[in-house]
Write a protein that binds this ligand. Structure first.
Ligand code: HEC
Ligand code: HEC
Ligand code: HEC
Ligand code: HEC
Ligand code: HEC
Length: 268
């Protein structure tokens, strides 16, 4: 547990360090200015794909991955300004792992990580490079996984994590709706966020035994979160009943007032 906390902390620190130096990454980047005018693989493709990505939404821009200076047109891509360019195939995990510390750790220990020099998949094989989207278990599918081996084991892994994944998604939408009606969900959301991140990195081990063993622990943590949510939803239910009763009383009061006024006016 301590180890995962530490890696989460490292992840946050890495992001702060790597993105902090460029406050308004998206709007003032000379990388985007110049590259969006270049054609094909050098320009319009990476730029357009990046615009659709989760990284763009979180302001992780060209220079956050490739290095360089996004404010200096002339020296943008010089080594002095930290430009690292395009990583070799086997260097991609370290390239992405500067920010995704925990995921890289699980990946390194996996069969995939161990054989990355001999045809094992790197991060980009499964997530793409510029069009990276929110990760879901839909990334585990026959088309993608059977590029290199049979789909038997992937199918087992997908089945194993899909139940927990379903619970996780339902709880996330419950928390979102509690937030919308004004509940203080701070701790609840933190707990869920951390469970979610730790659970979704587990896949990278591609080790069915490990996944089976650890999924049980995640199910227990989610059970606890669910109990807290149920409690809050009950309070919400009571609030609704109380609110409903109040409205009823107000309507009743209004009718009585109208009746009194009518009787009074009739008597005039
Ligand atoms: C003035 C225009 C211009 C600016 C500004 C610019 N680039 Fe480039 N970039 C190019 C051109 C042209 C190439 C292809 C020729 C080359 O590699 O020098 C290129 C190549 C690249 C490549 C591929 C290199 C390779 O080895 O294949 C990457 C990655 C890249 N740029 C990222 C960036 C980033 C990140 C920034 C901002 C920090 C940036 N560029 C700023 C014009 C620009
Ligand atoms: C999330 C990290 C990330 C971001 C953000 C990113 N790139 Fe890349 N880019 C990569 C990786 C990784 C590769 C190596 C290609 C591969 O392995 O598929 C690459 C490759 C490239 C190449 C070489 C041509 C190619 O497609 O292989 C260019 C040019 C490039 N990127 C430009 C850009 C520009 C311009 C931006 C900003 C609009 C950008 N990149 C943003 C990760 C990133
Ligand atoms: C400069 C830091 C940085 C680098 C480098 C980086 N990312 Fe990200 N990545 C982020 C941030 C910030 C988010 C959005 C917050 C989150 O979801 O964790 C994100 C989100 C993601 C997500 C979606 C996670 C989710 O919640 O579903 C994936 C997948 C991902 N990145 C893959 C990659 C890959 C693959 C690379 C390398 C090509 C890469 N990242 C490089 C910072 C980075
Ligand atoms: C670029 C090729 C490549 C892709 C794509 C790929 N794998 Fe693999 N995978 C390998 C290699 C290489 C090995 C190690 C040797 C072997 O078992 O074939 C491996 C091993 C595995 C193992 C361990 C098998 C065992 O014997 O224990 C699992 C599980 C696995 N991959 C799951 C997946 C899943 C799930 C996907 C799709 C999301 C996927 N792989 C996509 C190349 C790939
Ligand atoms: C074999 C395919 C595969 C490879 C290789 C792979 N991923 Fe993933 N990744 C996935 C799948 C599938 C998920 C979603 C798992 C889930 O929903 O439980 C995921 C989830 C993620 C997430 C979301 C985790 C979270 O905490 O929400 C991030 C970030 C990520 N991957 C980054 C990476 C990085 C960085 C690498 C390389 C070091 C990498 N992935 C390598 C398939 C892959």
């Amino acid at each position: 547990m301590k180890k995962t906390f530490l890696t989460n902390l490292l992840f946050l620190l890495a992001i702060l360090l790597l993105t902090g130096s460029s406050a308004s990454a998206e709007t003032t980047s000379v990388c985007i200015d110049c590259h969006s005018g270049l054609s094909g693989q050098l320009g319009e493709i990476p730029t357009a794909e990046w615009h659709t990505s989760i990284h763009a939404r979180h302001r992780v821009s060209c220079h956050d991955c490739h290095g360089g200076d996004p404010t200096d047109y002339v020296n943008a891509m010089t080594a002095e300004r930290g430009f690292i360019g395009v990583p070799e195939y086997a260097a991609v995990p370290a390239f992405c792992g500067r920010c995704h510390v925990g995921v890289e750790e699980d990946y390194r220990e996996s069969l995939h990580g161990q054989v990355v020099e001999f045809g094992g998949p790197n991060c980009v094989t499964c997530h793409e490079n510029h069009a990276v989207q929110v990760a879901t278990i839909d990334l585990i599918n026959e088309v993608s996984c059977s590029r290199c081996h049979s789909y038997d084991k992937p199918a087992l892994i997908k089945e194993e994590i899909s139940t927990t994944e379903g619970v996780l998604s339902r709880l996330e939408s419950s928390v979102a709706s509690l937030y919308r009606v004004g509940f203080d969900i701070g701790r609840l959301q933190d707990d869920l966020f951390s469970t979610r991140n730790n659970f979704r990195r587990l896949f990278h081990s591609v080790d069915i035994e490990k996944i089976r063993a650890e999924t049980a622990g995640f199910d227990a943590a989610l059970e606890e979160t669910k109990a807290t949510i149920d409690e809050l939803e009950k309070t919400l239910g009571r609030r609704k009943i109380a609110g409903g009763a109040l409205v009823l009383l107000l309507i009743l009061g209004g009718c009585v007032a109208l009746l009194i006024r009518r009787t009074y006016e009739d008597h005039k």
